[in-house]
Design a protein around this ligand. Structure first.
Ligand code: HEM
Ligand code: HEM
Length: 127
């Protein structure tokens, strides 16, 4: 296994952690009625601003991880995670026509993505 092969999957996981943080951080800021100069609010603004770019970067890095680590053809939990990521991106493109439904779907897919990632990591690291 090359160095990139080892670092990349953990880096992808870190990106997905950052992508997932915008929801709890927003809730925290709202509950505390934080002002825009507060550090947590600034953090939320940064997470929100970088979310789309980070999402696209995550797709590219996951594809790279798949190309470097994949044992070959056939469906497995890692590929399912990748497909969920792609679906999240595609659904986001239709957000204007789907109105409020898209964000609910996006959040549900985020939870599903975490379930598949955890299974994938457990399988690859401990089994
Ligand atoms: C694949 C590329 C992605 C794109 C283009 C994308 C885009 C967006 C957009 C436009 C929003 C709503 C507006 C905003 O808060 O800025 C949003 C919200 C959200 N995204 Fe993503 N996203 C992507 C991937 C992900 C991933 C991988 C996760 C987590 C696993 C995630 C979790 C969330 C959550 C939890 C919200 C709701 C935030 C809230 O309610 O305040 N997104 N996303
Ligand atoms: C630290 C976390 C991770 C570790 C240690 C890890 C490890 C691995 C390993 C060892 C493989 C090769 C499996 C095989 O060929 O039998 C693999 C494949 C793969 N992983 Fe990950 N991975 C991690 C995170 C992720 C994440 C977050 C995603 C997606 C969002 C992902 C998506 C994939 C995909 C699509 C494949 C290719 C599947 C195949 O064809 O075998 N991985 N991963």
């Amino acid at each position: 296994m090359t160095f990139l092969n080892m670092i990349l999957p953990w880096f992808v996981t870190l990106c997905i952690v950052l992508l997932s943080l915008n929801y709890p951080v927003r809730k925290y800021c709202q509950r505390r009625c934080l002002a825009s100069r507060d550090i947590s609010y600034k953090g939320y603004r940064f997470l929100r601003k970088s979310h789309r770019v980070l999402g696209i970067l995550t797709i590219i890095l996951t594809f790279l991880h798949c190309r470097l680590s994949s044992a070959g053809p056939g469906m497995n939990i890692g590929k399912i995670s990748f497909l969920i990521l792609l679906l999240m991106f595609i659904i986001h493109l239709f957000r204007n026509t789907m109105k409020k439904k898209w964000i609910i779907l996006h959040r549900m897919l985020a939870v599903l993505l975490w379930v598949t990632i955890i299974v994938h990591i457990v399988q690859e690291v401990w089994m």
